[in-house]
Ligand binder design. Structure first.
Ligand SMILES: Cc1ncc(COP(=O)(O)O)c(C=O)c1O
Ligand SMILES: C[C@@H](O)[C@H](N)C(=O)O
Length: 357
């Protein structure tokens, strides 16, 4: 049964969304898959045929044996992972700008019964390995202080930068030397794979990563993230924690179906490639305009730039939706997605170049 896209009010909106990749709809391939797999009965709680196949299919994608746990949000994926990777008296070492530190309302601390997030600075939104080593070796065994237990990196980062494979491996080496577990927030994992031109394996377990939040929601799915465990011993605990968190979906087939479609025919990577290409088009257009400053070098789908209040107002008045001033006065964050249209980027650049600065 083919889906026909109705003329929904959203489809005829006159605004152009650059607020986040969370604004995007759903890839037609995923919708089609959902329709096909929504017919008939299926054993609930992840015991349906499709769900039971995902460990094997994700193991193929990552070229090693993995265990997967599906949840509906990225915050759940991050928090449940970190809770299982650290004792309650442990510390998660993360960048100050990390999502787990700023945008998850204390969920990592809550689900872990009090794990402390300790921030480790570094340029370009990336943890500095030397600063990491300094903090990871402080007060070890001192009963009066939390004990470093996990390092969490975001790949791609919150500013759109990406750790190089060498940088990921350097952090992995610190983890190995100091008996720390290694977590990756991969809400924009596909965008980073495309930007680096590497394989999923090279960007994860081959660098020492133990657990990954494999993002899909921002990149074509309508609400599912995959906890990918390279340390498969974590699976049981995370499954119990998922149930206690109220995130064990009874109709799990509808999450599994999304992921099954997402990892088929390279949809996950093709979507990210398009989003990244649209952001590159945006950066190239902005770089030619006086009075607008590109910030934070990025090869993925996030573009930060600094512009005058009048320019921001002009763009908003012309129907371009994006977050501004949240990261500093005049700083705008522009985020493209798998469905961003080239003509909308052209229109944005036209208005930007014509506006007063
Ligand atoms: C880097 C990063 N990690 C995790 C998340 C969490 O995702 P969610 O909003 O689905 O909880 C987001 C937000 O979309 C994000 O940008
Ligand atoms: C703002 C943040 O929570 C969200 N993840 C975004 O990037 O849009």
């Amino acid at each position: 049964m083919e889906i026909t896209m109705t003329n929904s009010p959203l489809a005829t909106k006159k605004t152009i969304g650059l607020t986040s990749d969370n604004i995007a709809g759903v890839s037609p391939q995923i919708l089609q898959h959902l329709i096909e797999f929504s017919v008939g009965d299926a054993t609930p709680y992840g015991n349906d045929e499709l769900s039971l196949e995902l460990d094997r299919k994700m193991s193929t994608l990552f070229e090693t044996e993995v265990a997967v746990v599906l949840v509906p949000t990225g915050t759940a994926a991050n928090s449940l992972c970190l809770a299982a990777m650290s004792p309650a008296w442990g510390a998660v070492l993360c960048h100050p700008n990390s999502h787990i530190n700023n945008d998850e309302c204390g969920a990592p601390e809550f689900f872990s019964n009090g794990v402390k997030l300790l921030t480790i600075d570094g340029d370009d939104c990336k943890i500095d390995p030397e600063k990491l080593t300094q903090r990871a070796t402080l007060k070890i065994g001192d009963v009066h202080t939390v004990q470093p237990a996990v390092v969490s990196v975001t790949q791609a980062t919150e500013t759109g930068s990406v750790y190089t494979l060498d940088e990921l491996r350097a952090i992995g080496d610190v983890c190995k030397s100091h008996n720390l577990k290694y977590h990756m927030d991969g809400a924009r994992f596909a965008n980073a794979v495309d930007a680096l031109g590497c394989t999923p394996a090279e960007m994860t377990w081959k660098a020492g990563v133990d657990a990954l939040s494999f993002g899909a929601t921002k990149n074509g799915a309508f609400g599912v993230e995959v906890i990918v465990l390279f340390d498969t011993s974590l699976k049981n605990e995370i499954e119990y924690r998922r149930k206690r968190a109220g995130h064990l979906m009874s109709k799990m087939r509808f999450l599994s179906t999304q992921i099954d479609a997402y990892i088929s025919d390279n949809l996950w990577l093709n979507n990210a490639q398009h989003a990244n290409a649209m952001a590159t088009k945006l950066r190239n257009g902005i770089s030619a305009i006086e009075g607008v400053e590109l910030l934070h070098p990025s090869k993925t789908n996030i573009v930060f730039c600094k512009m005058s209040p009048i320019t921001i107002a002009t763009l908003h008045e012309h129907g371009f939706e994006f977050l501004a001033n949240r990261w500093g006065d005049g700083v705008a964050r522009l985020v493209t997605n798998f469905a961003t249209k080239a003509e909308d980027i052209d229109a944005f650049i036209d208005v930007l170049s014509a506006s007063d600065k």
